[in-house]
Design a protein. Structure first.
Length: 214
């Protein structure tokens, strides 16, 4: 499945992500590719990592031919990439809730979830179990997500960089970061990968800021 790719201009920096002062930005003489080449490499790495959709945001516009418009380096050279990874559907909620209807409704799921949530709620002095309550709630959310087909509609991650003096260098840095993340994944340490992504959590409702073009 081909990834959905978009550009966002001007730069939409993720909330709460620290900024690098202009005087503290670095350069990399060994990174010699153009902004367009690094942007293309970034798209390729995101696709290899399994991103179903993503937005690359910076203060350099993209031409109709798909290349980065040449000109003076913007004052804010940061780059932010918002993306959603492919997820493996978890259908264990069917057995947990004993709901095997091929097209269940939200009401069916809610009726099955409510007594279990009440049973395991931490406030229940007799059968309360915090871990079980969280597990049941997770199954409930997975069921509703599948019913409403919202699994891949929101951007779940963001990586941003402004540590370097040029937009192209910040794109190059993000390319290297994703390559490193993919290497962790290839080593089979999925738990480490998941922990790494916790630092890149995006505020989804703000990820659509700025104008976008396909």
């Amino acid at each position: 499945m081909k990834s959905e790719r978009k550009e966002a201009y001007p730069l939409f920096w993720p909330e709460d992500e620290p900024r690098t002062r202009p005087q503290d930005r670095e350069t990399r003489s060994v990174w010699k590719r153009t902004a367009t080449q690094y942007r293309d490499a970034l798209q390729d790495e995101l696709t290899r990592m399994g991103a179903e959709s993503f937005i690359i945001s910076c203060n350099v516009q993209v031409s109709e031919r798909g290349s980065m418009v040449k000109g003076l380096e913007p004052l804010d050279v940061g780059v932010a990439v918002y993306f959603t990874l492919k997820t493996k559907e978890d259908f264990s909620w069917q057995d947990v809730f004993n709901v095997h209807d091929p097209a269940p409704t939200e009401e069916q799921i809610r009726r099955a979830y409510t007594p279990l949530a009440a049973k395991y709620h931490p406030d229940n002095l007799q059968t309360g179990d915090k871990e079980m309550f969280l597990t049941v709630t997770r199954h409930y959310e997975n069921a509703l997500r599948w019913i409403n087909r919202k699994t891949n509609q929101d951007f779940s991650h963001v990586i941003a960089c402004d540590a370097f003096k040029e937009v192209r260098l910040n794109m190059a840095a993000i390319v290297g970061t994703i390559q490193a993340i993919r290497k962790i994944e290839r080593c089979g340490t999925s738990r480490m990968l998941e922990r790494a992504f916790k630092g890149f959590a995006a505020i989804t409702e703000r990820a659509s800021g700025g104008s976008t073009t396909d």
